[in-house]
Design a protein around this ligand. Structure first.
Ligand code: ATP
Length: 488
């Protein structure tokens, strides 16, 4: 059983072991921005790689992309983000803290409703009984107001030529904008998907929970394009596939669930949405979203067809996004530039899209929390991270039992041989028990020790993190033994 019950415990474990640090810490830190330390960067890379392997590498019907963060401003007009991507907030008249209306105590869901402000205000309901999460005062709030979530920046050196751009708030739009390019340059046929992992940015109002909600974060998104009418079946399929991914990587089943959105929770573009939720053991022990799997219909591709039709108006309006009206939809939109000709159905249509959208940082946090364990071993506390081998930042620690009798040389040779294939760590300092404990805390599944017997029969001990069992293995078999156990 994991013993982490407070967010502070995770934060201090992450700092102590070099997983995650506060950004700009030597300057007092920058709110809601974090840096991944030596172990954290490997964990995060492994989460990313596991997603890519499962979603792209192992499938014949999905290709990858890596789009730029800065995109043409009309992308955000067409997607709806420029006009609608805002949270509804209130300010507490007592402590002046701003809080998302849907985060006020007394409302269960932690969920952003990206709808028009008018609709959100209509939805906000009666706040007279709501409690400020900062100071506890009841019902002392300003009128709900809009808080824009996109970060802005400028492109271009001269004032006349410079253009207002946005840091992307999701990676998905890069995929939609490249739909035609992918169709024209690959042999994909519907049903097929385009996947991307990359940074997204949102000027979140409430960021409290460590890397759970930050202003700069990494998303892993798949847009899976299907024939209209088959969308519901594919949505069910992806719901299950994505749920199983978390289980296969070791999250405990009792901490994971699927939660379908009620119709009034759905984003304006979605026909259906289900969240994969994880039971984080801090705060009120709430279930929190790890990933959303939405049926986005043909909304985005149709909107981008309107976006392309808006280009003329864009140039006339001196590139001012506020002045631009999105063009209407062509009557024959089904035959537009982002349509698809289905050879088998002998039909042209705008595909529907199923979107599993995951957060790499949020998943890394869930994997960390879920893997954390403490136990008593011969009267001493042992802290360990029971990571699945695929996620463990270091796969094997390699040690000489003592620093003499040629043991360091042999251990170094083993290390140099294995590090070509696995992330390994060489350590010859301190008592062997302490070295094992350090690797337990880093989540390293195997420790290999060269001892007195090694010289005699060319074997070493391999210690398993979870059971602490030791087995003697011939040095010649180490590589295949590890490959087998790590399932790499
Ligand atoms: P929330 O309701 O928590 O604000 P959302 O429903 O707006 O999230 P999506 O737009 O569906 O989130 O984004 C997909 C995934 O990206 C989320 O499930 C989450 O894992 C991740 N994500 C979104 N916003 C953040 C953030 N501010 N920090 C870290 N991860 C995030």
């Amino acid at each position: 059983m994991a013993k982490i019950t407070k967010l502070d415990d995770i934060v201090s474990l992450c700092k102590r072991r070099g997983f995650i640090f506060q950004s700009s810490e030597i300057y007092g830190g920058l709110a809601s921005c974090y840096d991944y330390g030596p172990l954290g960067v490997e964990l995060k890379r492994n989460v990313r790689d596991a997603w890519w392997k499962s979603v792209v590498q192992m499938r014949d019907d999905i290709v990858g992309l890596d789009c730029s963060i800065l995109m043409h401003p009309l992308v955000w007009k067409a997607s709806g983000h420029a006009d609608k991507f805002a949270d509804l907030i209130v300010e507490c008249k007592n402590c002046n803290t701003r809080t998302r209306v849907d985060h006020l105590t007394g409302q269960a869901e932690e969920h952003t409703v990206h709808v028009s402000v008018e609709a959100a205000i209509a939805h906000a309901g009666d706040l007279s009984g709501k409690v400020c999460p900062n100071c506890g005062s009841v019902g002392k709030f300003t009128e709900p107001m809009e808080f824009k979530l996109m970060f802005e920046t400028q492109m271009g050196a001269s004032i006349e030529d410079s253009m207002r751009l946005f840091l992307r708030p999701e990676t998905a739009q890069g995929i939609f904008a490249n739909f035609r390019n992918v169709l024209d340059t690959t042999r994909v046929k519907i049903p097929f998907g385009i996947a991307q992992i990359g940074k997204s940015f949102r000027n979140e109002v409430t960021t409290k929970a460590f890397i759970f909600r930050t202003r700069e974060f990494e998303q892993a998104e798949l847009e899976f394009f299907v024939q209209p009418g088959t969308d519901e079946q594919w949505w069910q399929e992806w719901k299950q596939l994505r749920f199983n991914w978390y289980l296969e990587l070791g999250l405990k089943k009792e901490n994971l669930r699927l939660r379908e959105h009620n119709p009034d929770e759905l984003a304006h573009y979605a026909k259906a949405c289900v969240d994969v939720e994880y039971k984080f053991p801090f705060g009120s022990g709430d279930w929190q979203e790890l990933e959303g799997i939405a049926n986005r219909t043909d909304f985005d591709l149709r909107q981008h067809q309107r976006g392309i039709r808006t280009l003329n108006n864009w140039f006339e309006n001196a590139r001012d996004l506020e002045k631009v009206e999105l063009a209407g939809e062509a009557d024959d939109y089904n035959k537009g530039p982002l349509s698809y000709f289905d050879d088998e159905a002998k039909q042209r249509y705008i595909p529907y899209v199923i979107e599993p959208s995951a957060g790499i940082d949020r998943s890394a946090l869930a994997f960390l929390v879920d893997a954390y364990d403490e136990e008593q071993v011969r009267g001493e506390k042992r802290n360990l991270l029971r990571f699945s081998p695929a996620l463990a930042p270091i796969k094997a620690g390699i040690f000489p039992l003592v620093k003499r009798d040629g043991m360091p040389q042999t251990a170094k040779k083993i290390y140099d041989g294995l590090k070509k294939y696995f992330d390994c760590f060489y350590d010859e300092k301190g008592a062997i028990g302490r070295r094992y404990r350090r690797q337990d805390e880093a989540g390293t599944p195997f420790c290999i020790t060269v001892d007195g017997q090694t010289k005699e029969d060319n074997t070493v001990t391999v210690r398993q993190r979870d059971s602490m069992e030791q087995t003697r293995i011939s040095i010649d078999l180490l590589q295949s033994y590890l490959r087998d156990k790590l399932e790499l």
